[in-house]
Design a protein around this ligand. Structure first.
Ligand SMILES: [Fe+2]
Length: 501
């Protein structure tokens, strides 16, 4: 049985066939065979690639204006042994389900966006917003990241609302209801799970002064245990944070929040931020030992994702490698109208290293690799948050700036400052390369990259299985439909075969 999209419509003809990943045509599919071409490493079998992302941007009476805002769909590609014929006896299946959120239910009923989103205005009236000033009705459209509280998987966006789901069936199992009184209005979309199964994140209470809160939720609990609080006059746009074994690291981009505008204007979330070069940016490091916070002023930048963070030596210096750009243009560049028209993103990205030295209050970044415009980083799971990795893998932009979206998978040598390898399909969009480490491996390039791609003429999304050491394609997985372009993936290993990524 095939379940149609709520408002299925054929994708309009487009000069760039590869941009079908920006259309609202994905369907809910039951387990459906996936063709495997090539040889999968045997240790992958039994595991599942989980994809999350926006899938439904267009409703009969209104559309979401920004890539980030589409209503969320979950996808699972299960890899199995014991198949017949080629592919080394491996087989694979695909299924997809919409994340059943309140926002989805309300928006389907209204047949238009029902809640404010990143780039979508709030349909509620001024007096409604005024009544909800302290507890605004934010979206629970968890289209960005998947994480875990213990064994419970959750999907989330840049709000504190977590929606749990079954990673095997993709059935939505409900909203996480907290049993604390913490006021958190927005949160990093990148909650992360430590080796003990604790969920960690950074939230923000918005007010005359904004208060950051580093918190964790223990497995089986519903309490956000706040380990540190620190206040700032004007918070920066918050998408993710980073961790080392000793610190949580939060960066405040020069996109600074106007809290009154956010509360009352009714505009899209990002429209309540403005670029403030004079105020610049700041990086805060929170001690995991005592919750103390140290800060460093840095030149104005904005950045979504950390490549890595680590403790450098015994002297207390912290290092943050961050994908950055120099202005606010990236937010407008990702509006659906522009992307669907095939306009190149056109905003150079780079990886910058910030050394946060004790006794100093400012630092100047170092651009690690000249000429590499990259984002959506990934490293081996034994390194992320734990130790320094020499190499990292990214979705890359065409250096000439002509391709409409990411069009390559790039390996950077962060020590030598060079591009160490590239994998590219012809005329394709290539999204985040998820690093899946071989169970028990410690070498930083021992695993595979799983890269969703869509090229001209593809019947559906093609996931590249890439050797991260040599940047060569080992196999491709041919999915039965186009997975709309999302942001972040996760790996659920076979039972007893390592930690989910
Ligand atoms: Fe992200």
């Amino acid at each position: 049985m095939t379940l149609a999209a709520p408002f299925a419509a054929p994708a309009p003809a487009h000069p760039m066939d590869r941009l079908r990943g920006l259309q609202s045509t994905a369907r809910e599919l039951p387990d459906t065979p996936v063709e495997i071409r090539g040889q999968l490493p045997p240790w992958l079998l039994g595991g599942s690639l989980l994809l999350n992302g926006p899938a439904l941007w267009d409703l009969p009476h209104g559309s979401y204006g920004h890539w980030f805002d589409g209503l969320a769909m979950l996808h699972r590609v299960r890899l199995m042994g014991g198949g017949q014929g080629g592919a080394g006896g491996a087989s694979a299946s695909y299924r997809s389900r919409y994340l059943q959120t309140e926002d989805l239910r309300e928006s389907l009923a209204a047949r238009k966006p029902a809640r404010a989103a990143f780039g979508t205005p709030d349909p509620a009236g001024f007096f409604t917003r005024l009544r909800q000033l302290r507890h605004p009705k934010v979206t629970d459209n968890g289209a960005v990241v998947m994480a875990r509280i213990g064994s419970q998987w959750v999907a989330q966006t840049e709000t504190p609302l977590l929606t749990s789901f079954d990673p095997d069936t993709l059935t939505t199992t409900g909203r996480i209801v907290y049993d604390d009184d913490e006021v958190i209005h927005v949160a990093s979309a990148h909650g992360m799970t430590d080796a003990q199964g604790c969920y960690w994140n950074v939230g923000l209470e918005i007010g005359p002064r904004c208060t950051y809160k580093l918190f964790r939720i223990a497995p089986g609990r519903r309490t956000r245990e706040v380990l540190a609080r620190w206040s700032v006059r004007q918070a920066g746009y918050l998408h993710a944070f980073a961790m080392t074994p000793t610190h949580a690291i939060v960066w405040q981009p020069a996109m600074r929040l106007n809290a009154i505008k956010l509360a009352l204007s009714g505009k899209g979330f990002i429209d309540s931020f403005a670029w403030n070069a004079a105020l610049g940016s700041q990086i805060d490091a929170v001690s995991l030992a005592d919750g103390s916070v140290r800060s460093w002023a840095v030149p104005a930048m904005t950045g979504f994702h950390a490549v890595q963070a680590f403790d450098e030596g015994e002297g207390g210096t912290l290092v943050l490698d961050l994908c950055t750009n120099d202005g606010p243009e990236i937010f407008a560049a990702l509006q659906m109208e522009r992307l669907r028209a095939g306009q190149p993103v056109g905003v150079p990205h780079r990886v910058q290293r910030y050394r946060l030295e004790p006794g100093r209050s400012e630092t100047q970044p170092q651009t690690l690799v000249q000429g590499a415009s990259v984002e959506l980083p990934s490293v081996h799971g034994a390194y992320w948050g734990k130790q320094r990795s020499r190499h990292a893998w990214f979705a890359g932009f065409d250096p000439d700036g002509r391709a409409p979206m990411f069009d390559r998978t790039v390996k950077l040598d962060l020590d030598a400052g060079c591009i160490a390898g590239t994998w590219q399909r012809e005329a394709a969009v290539q999204m985040e390369p998820l690093f899946v480490e071989r169970p028990g491996s410690t070498a930083e390039d021992d695993g595979v990259l799983l890269v969703p791609t869509l090229a001209e003429g593809d019947a559906g999304t093609v996931v590249g299985v890439i050797d991260p050491a040599r940047m060569q394609c080992l196999a491709t997985l041919h999915l039965p439909q186009v997975v709309p372009f999302g942001f972040h993936a996760a790996w659920k290993p076979a039972a007893g075969a390592g930690v989910p990524r």
